[in-house]
Write a protein that binds this ligand. Structure first.
Ligand code: CP3
Length: 351
């Protein structure tokens, strides 16, 4: 491996952590659990820190990004941190004018729609990733034996924002470009794969013990479009960490028909949303892949006995897979009562 000697997977600090063991296909004594979007507005301590700082400015401030990453680890006792940043951070660092509008999501000053728009995109200067590497290094130093997960947006989900210019329902413009101008589509996804791959690589080199590729909006694609026009670029994004040997998780929403294809781009574990039970997901994956998921985030609002029964069922069904990392089927919503998340961690660790 090309990891530095100080990396926690080289020193051994995180090598036998429940998360890393599970992602490598093992069943540790303690079921590992973390939550997508565990950092963020569900935590009062996050809201207090963020009051005067814009989202993307917070992501580029190593002291803030590190502190925000650590908050849910301290509070909930989860088995991993996930680096506080955003999928559009590397795009911004590559020079695209993008902002995160509260309550909406990433919005571009000018959408990328034509061959000329794509030709004007600049590659990402690796030096621009310094605040990310520093934020990760600070976080890992504090986390000790708890692994940090690095992440990146997959090329399709990034393209869904780039082409639409902001959040959209079915990503129609992006899906239209894929078919009406395949050359421009390929150029755009190649650029996105390299920018997002460099972002993931920087986090891993700085100390992340695993990586997750988020293809949140992949559920709007047919299996054929995914396989032919998207998967090669997701594989290209992940190839940026091929030589580092860290476990890689691949997650999408509404991805039931795509699970096997998402595994085949080079993932070690697959994140499953709430629509498919984990035993069925494991079957679709071929039965030898660790799964992550898939508590229905809606049930975080349900009375505890209802949620508890659901979590127990998720854990039972997860036993069909060789290994399981407990998580939600998508992110924590801002109105979630954080004490509920702590309770899920306690339950998972008691099973
Ligand atoms: O705890 C964590 O999960 C770590 C950090 C993280 C954020 N975004 C922080 C964030 C991660 C891994 C992401 C990834 C991300 N960003 C994805 C993929 C995961 C997913 O949720 O499907 C996507 C699609 C985005 C794009 C994005 N960024 C959206 C849709 C939003 C929400 C906008 C809103 O206000 O509702 C953001 C902003 C964002 N990213 C916030 C956080 C904590 C909210 C910012 C705030 O505090 O206002």
């Amino acid at each position: 491996t090309a990891l530095p000697d100080s990396h926690p997977l080289v020193t051994g600090a995180t090598t036998v952590s429940p998360l890393v063991r599970a992602l490598r296909g093992d069943r540790p004594e303690r079921l590992p659990v973390w939550f997508m979007r565990q950092a963020g507005r569900s935590l009062p301590e996050y809201r207090a820190l963020r009051v005067s700082t814009k989202m993307l400015d917070a992501c580029l401030d190593p002291e803030l990004s590190s502190e925000i990453t650590l908050q849910p680890v301290r509070r909930h006792g989860v088995d991993a941190g996930i680096f506080f940043s955003d999928i559009v951070v590397p795009i911004k660092l590559a020079g695209v004018a993008v902002e995160i509008v509260p309550g909406r999501g990433p919005v571009l000053e000018s959408p990328i729609r034509t061959a000329d728009d794509v030709a004007r995109l600049e590659p990402l200067d690796p030096a621009a990733l310094a605040p990310i590497a520093e934020g990760v290094a600070r976080t890992v130093a504090e986390l000790g034996e708890t692994p940090l997960i690095g992440f990146a947006g997959a090329p399709f989900t990034l393209a869904a924002y780039l082409v639409e210019g902001g959040p959209s329902k079915d990503h129609v413009r992006a899906r239209a470009m894929m078919h009406s101008d395949p050359e421009t589509w390929n150029a755009l996804l190649t650029w996105a794969a390299d920018v997002t791959g460099a972002f993931l690589r920087a986090q891993v080199l700085a100390g992340a013990s695993a990586g997750q590729l988020f293809d949140s909006w992949v559920g709007s694609l047919s299996l054929r479009d995914y396989t032919e026009r998207v998967a090669p670029f997701s594989a290209r994004a992940l190839s940026h960490v091929d030589d580092l040997g860290v476990p890689r998780i691949h997650f999408g929403v509404g991805s039931g028909e795509l699970l096997r294809a998402m595994l085949d781009v080079g993932a070690d574990a697959v994140g499953v949303d709430w629509r498919i039970p984990l035993d069925e997901a494991s079957r679709r994956l071929g039965g030898s892949t660790p799964v992550q998921g898939n508590i229905d985030p809606a049930l975080l609002q349900a009375p505890w006995p209802v949620l508890e029964a659901h979590v127990r069922e998720v854990v039972e069904r997860g036993k069909a897979a060789p290994a399981h990392v407990l998580n939600l089927g998508h992110g924590v919503s801002p109105d979630t009562d954080p004490t509920v998340l702590t309770r899920i961690v306690e339950l998972a660790h008691s099973l």
